[in-house]
Ligand binder design. Structure first.
Ligand code: SF4
Length: 412
């Protein structure tokens, strides 16, 4: 297929595909799916070999958010029976992080619900970062605390944070359909603040919220322009009690096409499969490792993932290997930029490219959510030849009842 040969060539050169090429990937048929995975897999292996980076989520503060992100079970008015608790103490967070690190994770993602942190919250998280770094040499710490005010990214950097996550989630034109309490521009501003402070930026999307193919391509191209080092791809978990509970729009094949498109547009960035992996990719998860080079180990913020042990077995069975603490995740040109505070190279085509359907803000990862639907009443973004819609798999959605905020051992 000429399209795929062209995309592989461009991916190896970090050259931006055309929008038409990106849209064509999303429109491929099921007959072509393995060819698409093979092509995007070549780009993935060129930049990241067969390594899979493991990340571990610690929800520092759960629920009770005043914002109204439609996909999120921590939102204002959510009736999902999630765990609700305020800030974990540094030693509690450190203990939770240690479980993930013992399971093979090299990055800990510290997430807190809310619009954004107060300066006192930043001081509190600084203490937690210090506690985790003192007890775990070489660990990477990413903070995900919502919208940042001036000076807060610098304070987190000084405290030892390596990265900051804030997702764009969806296209600028549909952002108002999923959230009314903050804007797309607010989110862009926070990603730029993280960059400017020398933090490795992590910003991604949530698919499955009723968006069109054009919306998906829009958000991925916007991410490339923002140039994060990691791009988390969340697949909406339509959680009961949120406005998007009925948005079951994804199939495993559709998820693979989306991941392939992200890889082609952001070839040299850490593409992470985030929330919704188990719910939407299901038995196709191992194929997705040929596209993404990073996953979360264990549970998400408010929902449960498959057993950490099953994640490790899947990686080994698929012929991949867990990335070690002493291995550098990013390609040399990007690792250098991240270390020096810049990120990627806008001019030479590098894409930035990182939470958890966890989507968002402070919140992340479970992108339990989705957003409204566009005209047509339907499931947009579904390739013509693909099944129109997945059967709801509510049986695969479980609210997190273990780990941080409980007396039960975490899943790691
Ligand atoms: S995504 Fe973040 S800001 Fe939005 S409702 Fe959830 S916790 Fe609040």
């Amino acid at each position: 297929m000429d399209l795929l040969n062209t995309l592989v060539d461009k991916g190896l050169r970090r050259e931006l595909p055309t929008r038409e090429e990106a849209l064509a990937v999303l429109a491929t048929s099921d007959d072509e799916l393995l060819d698409v995975v093979t092509a995007a897999g070549k780009v993935r292996r060129h930049w990241f070999g067969r390594r899979v980076k493991l990340n571990y989520l610690v929800n520092l503060k759960s629920g009770l958010c005043p914002e109204d992100c439609s996909y999120c079970s921590q939102r204002l008015g959510s009736s999902t029976g999630i765990l609700k608790y305020t800030w974990l103490k540094p030693e509690q967070a450190s203990e939770a992080a240690a479980a993930g690190l013992a399971g093979g994770a090299k990055r800990v993602c510290l997430v807190a619900s809310g619009r954004g942190p107060t300066d006192r919250d930043v001081d509190r998280v600084a203490g937690t970062i210090k506690a985790i770094k003192e007890q775990n040499e070489g660990v990477e710490v990413c903070a995900c605390l919502g919208l940042l005010s001036d000076g807060q990214a610098e304070r987190l950097r000084e405290a030892g944070a390596d990265a900051y996550n804030h997702n764009l989630n969806t296209s600028e034109s549909t952002y108002g359909d999923i959230t009314t309490t903050h804007t797309y521009a607010d989110r862009v501003d926070t990603v730029n603040k993280a960059h400017a402070a020398g933090l490795s930026a992590c910003s991604g999307l949530i698919a499955g919220m009723g968006e069109s193919d054009e919306d998906l391509v829009d958000v991925v191209y916007s991410l490339r322009e923002l140039d994060p080092d990691s791009v988390p791809v969340n697949f909406l978990i339509p959680v009961e009690g949120t406005p998007l509970a009925k948005e079951w729009n994804l199939t495993p094949q559709r998820c693979l096409r989306i991941l392939a498109m992200v890889r082609f547009v952001c070839p040299d960035v850490e593409v992470r499969i985030a929330g919704g992996r188990e719910v939407h990719l299901r038995t196709m998860q191992p194929l997705a490792l040929h596209l993404a080079n990073s996953i979360f180990l264990g549970d998400y913020l408010t929902t449960e993932g498959q057993a950490g042990k099953a994640d490790l077995e899947m990686i080994a069975d698929a012929g991949f290997e867990v990335e070690g603490a002493d291995e550098v995740t990013l390609p040399q040109h990007r690792a250098h930029a991240a270390a020096t505070g810049g990120c990627g190279s806008h001019q030479d085509g590098g894409c930035g490219a990182g939470a958890d359907a966890d989507a968002g803000c402070g919140a992340g990862a479970d992108a339990d959510a989705g957003c409204g639907s566009h005209a047509g009443g339907g499931v947009c973004g579904t390739a013509a030849s693909a099944p129109a819609v997945s059967e709801p798999r509510t049986d695969l959605v479980a609210v997190r009842r273990r780990g941080a905020g409980t007396d039960l051992a975490p899943n790691a």
